[in-house]
Write a protein that binds this ligand. Structure first.
Ligand code: BGC
Length: 487
């Protein structure tokens, strides 16, 4: 049955891909301006973030019902949750070659196909083992999406809207998480975990169709020697043909670098700095502690004194809503205020909120006011993340790598994200046990304070400057903090 389903899906996809480009061409010529076209393309690509978010968010609500139906052990439960993260790390690592050789668009199509098949398999799972494998497949898709989408967006968007377009991807992640919380709540009435996991097939199919309509990345086309095609796409995306021409000239310049990928990493210390910076950025994002709230929010509400099922459910949805709204702040100001001020402000807010939360827990949650204060700190923390590290780390990681090393650099930084994600998620309960509630949150408060300093010392400002200009600054040995300088 699955073979037939795949055959049908393949034929369906192929015909969509071939007519997708033509339809989009017509639409472009007849209906919408270049600016709108460019935004539309970014929006379609950013839909991959929605699936990423849905698959992160869905499991918390489904797990109790899965546990009851399959009588799974604690160990199996951990595997059902973390197999997705493992799949994502594998997906991100292996996607480097796919996106380099087959291109960004085809990688996204492969990711979307895995999202569709993984969701179907999850819903059809008859044993815990099958569910673990299905979640691993979904994880592969998440890994591909988290690697390719920011990369594609950075190569498609023009420099004055690049920050907000990549932040759009993070917005989709947060919307996905929120929708998953809401849908879990709705399906929990009859306890049907198969619907919770299976319903994701619908947005996955929408993503699959949408990505077939995307143009190929002009930078990838140029790197493969298809300069005419790259020019044609840039002409459609940019506001004037002059702008497109200048951009292509800059891309040609950056392609003069002889080595690429691993060879470039071995031989060029400037590129090594960019790769290490990408890793540091992702470690900073994960060690803010955001995912302990994403994965354990019901437990945190319990610690804060809201222990009933309804309270935990409402609390979790509020967490999702704040995360979405805070991301709008980043989208609105990232290209005007810049990356560095927003990041520093965000880390500072998170540090203060974690500090206050730890202090409240240390003194003890005795009154109703204490309970609400603890929750308010949790929400302020999420606001701080949503307006800064959430979107901006993805923005920066896709901007700082030179064209010839972009695939390699992003493979390393994206897999670092997933490995750090596993470490933070996997160590939280142990930390609570060993250090106690207050000390654990104090620890995260100190880490966020350190990140303010690291941003001040090391992180470049990359708004309103072309990727090629950043690359020239990096490769001529400028300090990391200065690679976004216009001089
Ligand atoms: C992070 C995820 C996190 C999500 C929350 C993403 O940018 O990479 O680890 O769960 O934001 O909104």
């Amino acid at each position: 049955m699955y073979v037939h389903a795949f055959g049908g899906l393949y034929l369906f996809t192929n015909s969509i891909i071939s007519c997708g480009g033509k339809m989009l061409d017509n639409m472009y010529q007849n209906v919408i301006s270049n600016k709108l076209f460019s935004f539309f393309v970014c929006f379609l690509a950013a839909l991959a973030g929605l699936l990423f978010g849905l698959d992160i968010g869905v499991i918390a609500g489904a797990l109790p019902f899965i546990t009851t139906e399959f009588h799974v052990t604690i160990h199996q439960q951990e595997w059902i949750v973390s197999s997705m993260m493992l799949g994502a790390a594998i997906g991100a690592i292996s996607n480097g070659w796919m996106s380099k050789f087959l291109g960004r668009k085809n990688s996204l199509i492969a990711g979307a196909l895995l999202f569709v098949s993984g969701s179907i398999f999850c819903a059809q799972s008859t044993t815990p083992q099958m569910l673990i494998v299905s979640r691993l497949i979904v994880g592969l898709a998440v890994g591909i999406a988290s690697y390719t989408t920011p990369l594609y967006l950075s190569e498609i968007a023009s420099e004055n809207i690049r920050g907000s377009m990549i932040s759009l991807y993070q917005l989709m992640i947060t919307i996905g998480i929120l929708v998953a919380y809401i849908s879990d709540t709705a399906f929990s009435v009859n306890g049907n975990w198969r619907y919770m996991l299976g319903i994701i097939t619908i947005p996955a199919l929408i993503l699959l169709i949408s990505v077939c309509f995307l143009p190929k990345s002009p930078r990838w086309l140029a790197a493969k020697g298809y300069f005419d095609d790259a020019k044609r796409i840039l002409d459609r995306l940019r506001e004037s043909t002059d702008q497109a021409k200048n951009e292509l000239t800059e891309i040609r310049e950056s392609l003069k670098l002889k080595q690429s990928g691993w060879m470039l990493f071995k031989s060029n210390c400037n590129f090594r700095r960019a790769v290490l910076l990408g890793m540091l950025l992702q470690i900073m994002q994960q060690f803010t502690g955001m995912n302990i709230i994403m994965y354990y929010s019901p437990k945190l509400f319990e610690i804060a004194g809201f222990a009933t099922v309804t309270q935990k459910m409402i609390g979790t949805i509020i967490v999702g809503v704040v995360n979405v709204f805070a991301t709008f702040i980043a989208i609105g100001v990232v290209d005007r205020l810049g990356r560095r001020p927003l990041l520093m402000l965000g880390f500072l807010i998170m540090s203060i909120a974690m500090f206050a939360l730890a202090t409240i827990l240390h003194i003890g949650v005795h009154t109703t006011l204490d309970k609400y204060l603890a929750v308010a700190m949790l929400l302020i923390f999420i606001g701080g993340f949503g307006m800064s590290a959430g979107p901006l780390i993805w923005v920066l990681c896709s901007e700082i790598q030179p064209l010839k090393g972009r695939d390699f650099g992003l493979t390393v930084s994206t897999s670092t994200n997933w490995i750090a994600n596993l470490v933070v998620g996997g160590s939280f309960l142990t930390l609570l046990n060993k250090l106690g509630n207050a000390n654990t949150f104090w620890l995260y408060s100190i880490l966020n304070l350190i990140f303010v300093l690291l941003t001040l010392l090391l992180i470049p400002e990359t708004s309103n400057i072309s990727l090629e200009h950043i690359e020239r600054n990096l490769m001529s040995g400028n300090k990391l903090r200065d690679i976004g300088s216009r001089k």
